[in-house]
Design a protein around this ligand. Structure first.
Ligand SMILES: Nc1ncnc2c1ncn2[C@@H]1O[C@H](COP(=O)(O)OP(=O)(O)O)[C@@H](O)[C@H]1O
Ligand SMILES: [Mg+2]
Length: 340
């Protein structure tokens, strides 16, 4: 699932949400990629990556980059289950460079599809710049969901209409499935007018509000200043709890269930392939080697019945620890798992 964090206003909590929602999903054992689409590179700074020191999206997306690289080459590991695709100030000249290109709004989508990046992650979160320009359009065209962080004040409504108009245009022109939700950020319970604002916005968009509300919490700022996400800075802070709840809300709509698979084999590397990943070997479906010859991992799939096999050091075979199996067209057996 690809989620853009978008609002053309600056300072609404986009970057804070992008970083800490990603971290919360990773904390909950989902594989997450945070794409920093803002040339200001605040998301990079917020997780301790100095964007000038590394390859960036510019080297992937620009036809004029001195050194062109693949998308996967630029990824930096932030933490367990958490990677970032760094931004660069040079992204701000990309639109000019691509002015004559017919598919300039699809550059990010094409880059992700070319390398099947989505198959390697449970969630891709995109931190957008504070405008509705070409980079934001690229992010939206690659996404299936938009999260719109909104600070509860009278100015927040201003501009929201334009963003929603853009979403409508994209949906009409392209048939793209693009849902959106508003996330209230920086909520301060001491300020009376904020309650009025929230009831007003709930009345206007009753079906598009996140249940979770992010409270004002200075620890979130401190963590960002230190280049850390909130779960490594202070996981018991109010901010951590709020983003943890937001992750739970997003996971509950995702409707995926855990599949805990454990096998005993003499091997170095075991991958699981099946109809859930088009029978392709990918790092996302690799089992972790424990002590001895035990391998284990947890995967999250939609409820259903799946056929799968193990690729044990390159050899395809059934999962011998699972008695449920069906014969395949090659006269061998596929293992079967049913997830409810
Ligand atoms: N819930 C919050 N409580 C306190 N400060 C916050 C909160 N969310 C964001 N901030 C602070 O507000 C400023 C702007 O937030 P940021 O996420 O960078 O916004 P945007 O990316 O929309 O410009 C930052 O200094 C950030 O630390
Ligand atoms: Mg930002």
């Amino acid at each position: 699932m690809i989620i853009s964090i978008t609002n053309q206003k600056g300072g609404t909590g986009k970057t804070t949400t992008a970083i800490n929602l990603s971290a919360a999903l990773a904390f909950k054992k989902r594989k997450v990629l945070l794409i920093d689409m803002d040339p200001q590179a605040h998301a990079c700074w917020g997780v301790g990556v100095r964007e000038g020191d590394c390859l960036s999206l510019y080297e992937v997306l620009s036809p004029q980059a001195e050194k062109r690289v693949s998308f996967k080459e630029i990824l930096k590991k932030v933490d367990d289950n958490f990677w970032i695709a760094p931004s660069s100030i040079l992204l701000s000249v990309l639109e000019q460079q691509l002015a004559d290109s017919k598919d300039k709004d699809l550059r990010l989508k094409m880059a992700l599809e070319k390398e099947r990046v989505e198959e390697d992650f449970d969630f891709i979160i995109i931190d957008c710049p504070p405008n509705l320009g070409f980079l934001t359009v690229n992010a939206l065209r690659a996404s299936s969901q938009i999260l719109i962080p909104l600070q509860p004040n009278i100015f927040a409504f201003k501009g929201l209409e334009y963003l929603l108009q853009l979403v409508d245009i994209i949906k009409e022109k392209t048939n793209q499935n693009l849902s959106w939700k508003i996330l209230i950020t920086c909520f301060d319970a001491r300020l009376k007018y904020t309650y009025k604002f929230i009831s007003q916005i709930k009345e206007t968009y009753p079906d598009n509000m996140c249940d979770t509300i992010i409270h004002v919490n200075v620890t979130l700022c401190k963590a960002q200043e230190e280049g850390k996400h909130i779960f490594s800075f202070d996981k018991y802070s109010r901010g951590a709890k709020d983003y943890f709840m937001l992750a739970e809300e997003i996971l509950s709509q995702d409707n995926k269930v855990a599949w805990n698979i454990e096998v005993e084999e003499e091997a170095d590397k075991i991958y699981v392939v099946g109809d859930f990943n088009s029978w392709r070997i990918s790092e996302q479906f690799m089992l972790n080697k424990l002590d001895g010859n035990k391998f284990r991992n947890t995967f999250y799939l939609s409820p259903g019945r799946y056929k799968y096999r193990l690729v044990v050091d390159g050899r395809w075979q059934e999962d011998k620890s699972n008695p449920l199996r069906v014969k395949n067209p090659f006269g061998e057996y596929d293992s079967v798992v049913e997830l409810k």
